[in-house]
Ligand binder design. Structure first.
Ligand SMILES: *Cc1c(COP(=O)(O)O)cnc(C)c1O
Length: 463
């Protein structure tokens, strides 16, 4: 499988280079040259299979010819053995047609573990083969950092620098990063927003000298392997609910648009997905885009669903590229203009293409809290604020037929204050991580300046 850049100027690469390279050298994101298609009978055959087996098949479709099938099966088996639920991503029924996909049974209690656990094993495999040590620079709105640290701590071929916006993430989220004692992990509290952190990562990637000096790599959802790994649970959950015989829809709490885009990928691969509801908090750039056809960056508002406090959704570029019939020059023009002006007016055919699959809705803080309470009262389930954003959007959405899966992206115990304020119950951490608050923390504080952070990365990598 060959990978092309959404901006059309970078050389085509294979899966290994697309994964290890992160952002393409022309500033675009890698996507497969063509979407692999799974036969209907094969999709039907996923019913009842172990999660890791389905993962090996779906991820394998993107890595054809570059990883031996037996190696990938082994990596998937190990990655998903770190989850504490035997189903890996179990479904819970909330009402006759609404189901929750619990994506939070991994080591850092957020859905980011689903992709990061397999990604770390792919890195080990590829870098070990090449005798390389890479530096992963990662911006986190809260959960990516914890999942990356959990997945990469102590690994020989990788160092991790995690940048998080100071004071904008929950204490539990922070502790999943800062309590790692391994020397290959560095955490930095940046005085700014997540968008600032993400812009710094992009600047670092565009600095060719730094890139070479530290062998820079990225595990944000700009990394296509994460998208591939996230498309797996669309298959397992939809098939459990009757696909491919019946269409299943999804409601996805969204920030950087990686998770929702993974649903689009599963659909392109042949899974009969009806609609994908992109649910945002007050940072509603994506919801607005699907409603109005205008992608326009606003100010970032801190909310009780901080992993979605994002106003510049990296993966939207991948959808845009599809919507303009894969014209790299047009995608480059639009996103270079966006970097300057902060807006893109979608061409009408592109907007129509997107609306065929996606719809958007945003939820206020008050409604997020109310939904936590009403879900508890009506179903006995305690949900985290991100999941509540999706459930609130779903309650208002009209044109859904058939079963809908709401992705439950974090364990409620990652956001105990917000959950307790909403419903009076304080969720407790699962047994395996209950000692998190007793461990010492270790992190540095830096201003939101690309040059300062680039120097820090160089020093950490000993370059
Ligand atoms: C990262 C995250 C999201 C948003 O996912 P995207 O792929 O960035 O859209 C939603 N909920 C939680 C808990 C997250 O950690």
């Amino acid at each position: 499988m060959r990978y092309v850049s959404t901006r059309g100027q970078a050389p085509h690469v294979g899966f290994v280079d697309a994964v290890l390279g992160g952002l393409a050298p022309d500033g675009g994101l890698y996507v497969p040259q063509a979407w692999p298609l799974l036969r209907r009978e094969e999709i039907a055959g996923f019913a009842g299979k172990p999660y890791a087996e389905v993962a090996a098949r779906v991820i394998g479709a993107f890595a054809e010819g570059e990883i031996a099938a037996a190696d990938l099966r082994q990596m998937c088996a190990e990655a998903y053995a770190t989850f504490t639920h035997a189903a890996v991503v179990p479904l819970t029924q909330l009402s006759p047609q609404v189901f929750l996909a619990e994506l939070f049974h991994g080591p850092s209690l957020a859905f980011k573990d689903v992709a990061m656990q397999i990604l770390a094993r792919l890195y080990d495999h590829f870098l070990g083969d090449q005798g390389r040590v890479q530096t992963i620079l990662c911006a986190t709105s809260g959960d990516t950092g914890g999942a990356a640290v959990e997945a990469f701590r102590g690994r020989k071929n990788v160092r991790v620098v995690a940048l998080f916006p100071e004071g904008r993430i929950s204490e539990v989220q922070r502790r999943f990063m800062t309590t790692a004692s391994e020397a290959n992990v560095a955490c930095v509290a940046v005085k700014g927003s997540f968008d600032d952190c993400q812009a710094i990562v992009k600047a670092a990637f565009q600095d060719e000298s730094l890139r070479q000096a530290v062998d820079l790599s990225g595990v944000n959802s700009i990394n296509f392997a994460r998208i591939a790994a996230q498309s797996v649970y669309y298959f397992t959950t939809a098939v459990a609910l009757g696909a491919p015989e019946r269409e299943v829809s999804f409601a996805v709490p969204s920030g950087n648009f990686g998770d929702a885009f993974a649903g689009f990928v599963a659909r392109e691969m042949g899974l009969p997905i009806g609609r994908i509801l992109v649910a945002t908090n007050a940072n509603d750039i994506l919801a607005q885009t699907f409603q109005t056809g205008r992608y326009a960056r606003g100010k970032v508002h801190p909310t009780i669903s901080p992993a979605m406090d994002i106003q510049s959704a990296s993966n939207f570029e991948r959808l845009y590229f599809e919507a303009v019939e894969r014209q790299g020059t047009e995608t480059a023009r639009a996103f270079e203009a966006f970097a300057q002006a902060g807006t893109i007016d979608l061409p009408p055919q592109a907007a129509a293409y997107m609306r065929h699959v996606f719809l958007g809705a945003s939820t206020s803080e008050k409604d997020t809290a109310r939904t936590i309470l009403s879900t508890l009262n009506e179903t006995g389930e305690l949900v985290d604020p991100h999941t509540a954003v999706a459930l609130s959007a779903l309650a208002r959405a009209k044109d859904f037929k058939g079963p809908v899966v709401a992705l439950s992206t974090a364990h409620p115990a990652k956001f105990p204050e917000a959950v307790a304020a909403a419903c009076g119950l304080t969720p407790s951490l699962p047994r395996g991580v209950a000692d998190l608050s007793a461990k010492p923390e270790r992190f540095d504080r830096l201003p939101a300046e690309a040059d300062t952070i680039k120097a820090y990365v160089r020093a950490f990598a000993g370059a």
